[in-house]
Design a protein around this ligand. Structure first.
Ligand SMILES: Cc1cc2nc3c(=O)[nH]c(=O)nc-3n(C[C@H](O)[C@H](O)[C@H](O)COP(=O)(O)OP(=O)(O)OC[C@H]3O[C@@H](n4cnc5c(N)ncnc54)[C@H](O)[C@@H]3O)c2cc1C
Length: 474
């Protein structure tokens, strides 16, 4: 395989064109330089040593913030008339460089659109604006006994629109699968990018091509989602001396009928490096042979009755327990998914990571990789539900030994049956979906006919026959 290269794109619009656009949008107080423009042009791609140098110099030429549909309409119309690339931004927590503008242009910060429009008391369906922060939304749902089904570990900072456009799953994926699984997105309100933008209401099937499209094929202004009954999840940390027993416990719990919202397994050295919540003992020694492997569990209170007996059979021990509602400081959720990567990589800039869906029997892959990479590769596993079965998602941590070694590891993972959601690539296709989805490309033709939204991120559009005809007039 070849590691990421940026797609060839036309040059950014001229300064003259950007000044004229800024003048038209003067009432938005556009940001045209400085640290704030820099910040609004970045996300969390720095975990990738491949993307870091490629994206370092990429930035927007101006940024504005919208807080109403009318303001979004005005910005979309102006970008269409001036032919200026438009990149949407939620909270900017994506880890694939999703909201880094590759061709300059304008960044539109959507976090001002943050209204919960409705919550159906019967069905639990909600309609909320795209800029709502997920934690804020949940706070509004809680008094009505409801909760979001799925959330990234960045739940406290991420936006709803950014999660649907850029995320994949996370806390809750053990029960509800991935965001793109049918039933997790019921409908969208979308603004088109045209001189006269249209506001469209899409049903679930018409919404699917915009789900995980990195904001390349429509501006999401509101989303319709199912919710689930709220549970005060108990956070539990379980310790295991033996890796195989810890893995058996992960799979056993994930496949049980207990009501669980997340279960993650951290290999001993990774566990030893985590900032455990107050009151929870540390994970011990940092070597592979010392310390203990740890399972992180979010369980419904009524599921705890069977746990001691099951734990005894797997050779595990309870280290800590606390209700999520009583969390002081870090909730356990923030030691899971890519928060594990964050805590590990912060003090270790020579490490990076991968995102995988392991084959149904993960053991041959796990042992082959342990044999080949030794202590240079450490395991962090998350259990998920996929197409009716329990599967393991792997976010292994890897000492970076250059692009060739990384490419060899990715090839080996594929050969061993894993799906790779390559976090060292900038396109929707290479980062997750695997191949071109013609429905995503058709949606772009319908809702962004000049190809202005987040240029370079949808490979299917770049390679379409019309690619290259959309040029900034500046
Ligand atoms: C430490 C860490 C942990 C993470 N854990 C998880 C995890 O558990 N699960 C997971 O899925 N992801 C995870 N992520 C990635 C990311 O945090 C989430 O996907 C998050 O939901 C993105 O939301 P955001 O508001 O920050 O989106 P942004 O980063 O702002 O945007 C993401 C993408 O969506 C597009 N976009 C934003 N708003 C709109 C809109 N209104 N219309 C159309 N397109 C739009 C942007 O252009 C961009 O392409 C993690 C990242 C980090 C750094």
């Amino acid at each position: 395989m070849t590691l990421s290269q940026l797609p060839e794109l036309p040059p950014p619009p001229s300064a003259l064109c950007i000044d004229a656009l800024a003048a038209e949008l003067a009432e938005f107080q556009p940001i045209q330089g400085g640290a704030e423009l820099e910040r609004l042009s970045k996300d969390f791609y720095a975990y990738s040593p491949i993307l870091s140098p490629l994206l370092a110099e990429r930035r927007a030429q101006l940024a504005v913030r919208a807080s109403s549909l009318e303001q979004v309409r005005r910005v979309a119309s102006a970008c269409a008339r001036f032919g200026v690339p438009l990149t949407l931004r939620g909270a900017g927590t994506g880890n694939y460089g999703q909201c880094v503008p590759l061709q300059g242009g304008l960044v539109l910060d959507m976090t001002g659109l943050r209204r919960l429009r409705s919550l159906d008391p019967e069905s639990g369906e909600l309609v909320a604006e795209a800029g709502c922060l997920l934690a804020d939304l949940d706070r509004q749902l809680a008094p009505r006994g409801r909760a979001l089904r799925l959330a990234p570990s960045t739940y406290r900072t991420a936006s709803l629109g950014g999660f649907i456009a850029g995320g994949a799953g996370g806390i809750g994926s053990l029960r509800w699968g991935f965001l793109r699984d049918p039933g997790n997105l019921l409908g969208l309100e979308v603004m088109t990018v045209e001189p006269e933008p249209r506001l469209l209401q899409l049903d679930a099937s018409a919404s699917a091509p915009l789900n995980h499209a990195y904001g390349t094929n429509g501006i999401l202004t509101a989303l319709r989602l199912p919710t689930c009954a709220a549970v005060d999840w108990q956070q539990l940390v379980l310790g295991f001396a033996d890796w195989d027993q810890a893995l058996a416990a992960l799979q056993g719990l994930a496949g049980s009928a207990l009501l669980l919202n997340n279960v993650a397994l951290l290999e001993a050295p990774v566990a030893a490096a985590m900032p455990w919540p107050a009151g929870c003992p540390g994970g011990g020694d940092s070597g592979r042979s010392g310390g203990e492997h740890r399972l992180l569990l979010l369980a419904a209170p009524e599921s705890l009755e069977r746990l001691p007996e099951l734990l005894g059979a797997w050779g595990g021990a309870l280290r800590w327990q606390e209700a999520q509602s009583a969390s002081r400081g870090l909730p356990l959720r923030e030691l899971c998914w890519n928060h594990t990567t964050l805590h590990w990589s912060g003090p270790r800039p020579d490490w990076t990571y991968l995102q995988l869906l392991l084959p149904p029997d993960p053991r041959p892959l796990l042992s082959a990789l342990r044999q080949r990479w030794g202590e240079e590769l450490l395991w962090h596993l998350e259990a998920v539900h996929q197409h009716g079965a329990v599967r393991l998602s792997g976010l292994p941590l890897l000492r970076y030994q250059g692009p060739d070694a990384l490419a060899a590891l990715i090839d080996q993972c594929r050969d061993l049956g894993a799906l790779v959601f390559d976090p060292h690539q900038v396109t929707v296709e290479e980062g997750g979906l695997g191949g071109i989805d013609p429905a995503q490309v058709a949606a772009k033709a319908a809702y962004d006919p000049a190809g202005l939204l987040n240029p370079g991120k949808l490979r299917g559009w770049q390679s379409a026959p019309w690619a290259g005809f959309s040029r900034s007039p500046g």
